[in-house]
Design a protein around this ligand. Structure first.
Ligand code: NAP
Ligand code: MG
Length: 485
């Protein structure tokens, strides 16, 4: 612990130790003996300083032209790109995803910054015909003011950037609270913006617990909009606090994403996409596949092929190039996953593979769970209903597309869903009937393109969308202008 590097908050253009002096360790989940860094456990004083700095920077940033704001994002993109390997390695050591996936995510962060940099030059309004022929009526967009950004640990680069970049380009200043679990990665992202010369106060980083800094952001009268990605339980509390004080809010939360495999599916494709969707990032994606609903004619063949391929997945440290599946991000995450596995067994599902912690050799120092498949899962079981956020899938047999859709829609969540079939009629029925914000055909459930709107239906979101053409909706307000000469 003594030799681990120390990271700080970033407030009003400078790195600052937390005013209460409290810190916590960020631990490598593949090797609990390794401390990746010591990070602040800030108090409300630090949040106050950050909100004051963001407020003071607000007018000058808002008054800068969009293309000029874009230049800072282009610079931050170039810097992030030049540090891609280091930041990806930090991510792998901090939360466990494989180095390959971490590099892919960091490259996504670079692309997101460039996309939003370009947004600084695109249209922000419409001209609308007035009933008065001599008048000019149009809409423009104005920033909210100070935006609070609260992010989870599972995509520690992409999610913060897909919130921070649009907030900034549309003229807001930001107070960002990252997940404590991935605070070192957050500090390294912050450094890219600092080195890009972003003016003091425009982006502030406050590292601290959810209950103190996260809740503090949700309640703070100086924060005009709150954007959150994380669990449903926390999202609901943020919404309540925001509604109570009339602030704008946006929530992206959990999923229980189904794949439907119909009898005419390309079996190889469906099995590979199920494995990739369910087990990449150790199942810790909001869009991860967690229920696999298979038409009865091909159920036995699908199950056999699935188990054959899962048996070949190599579990290990994400920095080892031969690893396909890394650890759970933390001990508590692993305990949650093992708890769901026990529940699955208790409630009568049939365990086909995995179902346990892996602790042979080097794995003993980390939080590894074997890829797990349950058969004979029914809709009343906990593992059918609740988000597990780990390498676990539930197999369910269906008689036909109609029953498969009924099962797939039997969930409080509606984030992502896939179908595997070659039949155009089935494809169109699936697109029409499936209640999910993201529906994908012959593709895995996980996978988001940054230029398209992203978000869930039902309890998966606040019914808002992020990214692509939708991003402007949250980070701005429409001002309708009527001009008469
Ligand atoms: P989480 O516990 O809800 O944490 C998310 C963030 O909220 C963290 O920064 C956390 O801080 C903070 N927080 C915790 N308690 C808070 C409170 N009372 N008030 C305000 N903020 C608080 O979620 P997680 O376990 O990190 O992330 C996994 C969840 O995120 C899953 O449910 C997953 O489906 C969801 N997710 C959704 C999407 C999507 O786009 N729909 C994408 C990725 C993940 P600490 O770090 O201090 O706990
Ligand atoms: Mg960690």
């Amino acid at each position: 612990m003594v030799n681990a590097p120390v990271y700080q908050n970033y407030i009003n253009g400078e790195w600052r130790a937390p005013s209460n002096g409290e810190t916590v360790a960020s631990v490598n989940p593949a090797n609990r003996q390794e401390i990746v860094g010591i990070v602040p456990s800030s108090g409300r004083d630090d949040l106050e300083s950050a909100v004051a700095a963001a407020d003071a920077a607000r007018k000058a940033w808002r008054d800068l032209a969009g293309p000029a704001r874009g230049q800072f994002l282009y610079k931050a993109a170039d810097i992030l790109e030049s540090r891609l390997e280091d930041i990806a390695e930090t991510m792998t050591r901090e939360m466990g995803k494989t180095f390959g996936e971490a590099k892919g995510e960091t490259a996504r962060g670079v692309a997101l910054l460039r996309y939003y940099a370009g947004e600084g030059m695109r249209k922000i309004g419409d001209v609308i015909p007035s009933t008065d022929a001599g008048a000019l009526m149009f809409t423009t967009r104005v920033p909210l003011g100070v935006v609070g950004v609260i992010t989870p640990w599972n995509f520690p680069v992409a999610i913060p950037i897909w919130k921070i970049a649009p907030a900034l380009i549309y003229g807001n200043t930001v107070v960002w609270k990252p997940a404590t679990e991935t605070a070192v990665t957050a500090a390294k992202i912050m450094a890219c913006f600092h080195d890009a010369g972003l003016p003091a106060g425009v982006l502030n980083l406050v590292i601290g617990s959810g209950s103190v800094i996260g809740q503090g952001i949700a309640e703070h009268p100086g924060i005009h909009g709150v954007t959150f990605t994380g669990s449903n339980a926390v999202g609901k509390r943020i919404a309540q606090a925001a509604v109570a004080r009339g602030a704008k809010y946006q929530l992206e939360m959990g999923g229980k994403n189904p794949v439907i495999v119909l009898k005419d599916a390309d079996l190889e494709l469906a099995v590979n996409a199920t494995i990739s969707g369910a087990f990449r990032s150790t199942g810790q994606k909001c869009t991860a596949t967690s229920r696999v609903i298979v038409e009865k004619e091909i159920y036995p063949a699908f199950r056999e092929k699935l188990l054959d391929k899962i048996a070949q997945l190599k579990v290990g440290d994400g920095m080892d190039p031969s690893t396909w599946l890394g650890p759970c991000a933390s001990e508590s995450q692993m305990e949650t996953v093992l708890g769901y596995i026990r529940k699955g067994i208790e409630e009568g599902a049939e365990l086909l593979c995995g179902g346990k912690r892996l602790s042979e050799g080097n794995l003993a120092n980390g939080f590894f769970v074997a890829p797990t498949v349950f058969d004979r899962v029914t809709p009343d079981m906990t593992i059918f209903r609740e988000e597990i956020f780990g390498p676990v899938i539930a197999l369910v047999q269906a008689d036909n597309l109609e029953e498969a859709l009924r099962l797939a829609n039997d969930s409080e969540y509606g984030l992502s869903a896939s179908v595997f079939t070659r039949d155009i009629g089935s494809i169109l029925t699936f697109i029409r009937e499936m209640d999910a914000g993201l529906v994908r055909v012959n593709e895995e459930t996980a996978g988001v393109e940054l230029q398209a709107p992203f978000g869930g239906m039902k309890s998966s979101s606040s019914h808002s969308r992020e990214q692509g053409t939708a991003a402007i909706e949250f980070y701005t307000a429409i001002k309708t202008v009527f001009v008469k000469a």
